[in-house]
Design a protein around this ligand. Structure first.
Ligand code: UDP
Length: 239
């Protein structure tokens, strides 16, 4: 096959929840293997692929804080959850025969590298996948914001958000059968209509740094590759 990728450097954000597969907590081996295989395939096509993985399949700061935990501590637990997911993804990617490095915003350098932008770019240029872990390293942020930040820093030409839904809708397609899916949206529309694409911090970072975002259904095998080849799958959010 000689199909040409439409992008050079891409940041893929996966929520922690997609790692659960059909389960309701943790990591489903079949699911993470499939995601890793798709990521490795894209990398072999010559695309520089970086990833940010959330932690919602394990711990979310807001949820823990609701149970009474101090919010900053709860967010630290949430950030550590993203490190666990990142290590699992690194393992799954390397089992696919590709090379991968986890780079953490918090120093945990006996099990992964510290995040250093220039080093991250070097890994990407050498064809290694990079998984950015521990979010932004700060409480009160989300991994969507971390993804927008890293996409801006590495100068990604596309950010992808892999979710359980096949794009952005004007209302919840699970509750409203006539909900309409957007093919294209601006960041300002996403912000003012409160469409739940990402939190406002993440949207504003992408908007101000002119990073286009495509939201797609990560449960559709092959869609990641099709998007990389330029197919307009899901919803495109841009400036
Ligand atoms: N988190 C944080 N700072 C960040 C990113 C994440 O404190 O920069 C914490 C926060 O508690 C969050 C948890 O890590 O709830 C897991 O991330 P997130 O909820 O974004 O994961 P996702 O919903 O994508 O699975």
């Amino acid at each position: 096959e000689n199909a040409r990728p439409a992008y050079r450097r891409v940041l893929l954000k996966l929520s922690g929840e997609v790692l659960m597969g059909s389960g309701d907590f943790g990591i489903e081996p079949e699911m993470i293997s499939r995601l890793a295989a798709e990521a490795a395939e894209v990398s072999r096509m010559g695309v520089q692929l970086a990833m940010v993985i959330g932690g919602g399949n394990l711990f979310r700061g807001a949820g823990l804080a609701q149970g009474g935990m101090d919010r900053v501590t709860a967010d630290q637990v949430g950030m550590l959850a993203t490190v666990m997911n990142a290590l699992a993804m690194q393992d799954a990617i390397e089992r696919q025969g590709a090379y991968c490095r986890v780079m953490s915003a918090l120093k945990i350098n006996q099990i992964c590298e510290d995040y250093i932008l220039r080093r991250a770019v070097r890994h990407l240029e050498k064809g290694r996948l990079v998984v950015f872990a521990a979010g932004t390293g700060n409480p009160y942020f989300t991994t969507d914001s971390a993804a927008s930040l890293r996409a801006s820093e590495i100068n990604a030409d596309l950010m992808l958000k892999g979710t359980k839904v096949d794009g952005v809708y004007d209302s919840d397609p699970k509750c409203n059968p006539s909900a309409k899916r957007y093919e294209r949206l601006t960041y300002d529309e996403a912000l003012t209509e409160k469409l739940g694409v990402m939190d406002a911090t993440a949207l504003v970072l992408c908007r101000d740094n002119a990073i286009p975002l495509r939201v797609f259904d990560v449960y559709q095998p092959g869609d990641l590759k099709r998007i990389i080849l330029g197919e307009p799958i899901g919803t495109l959010v841009e400036r």
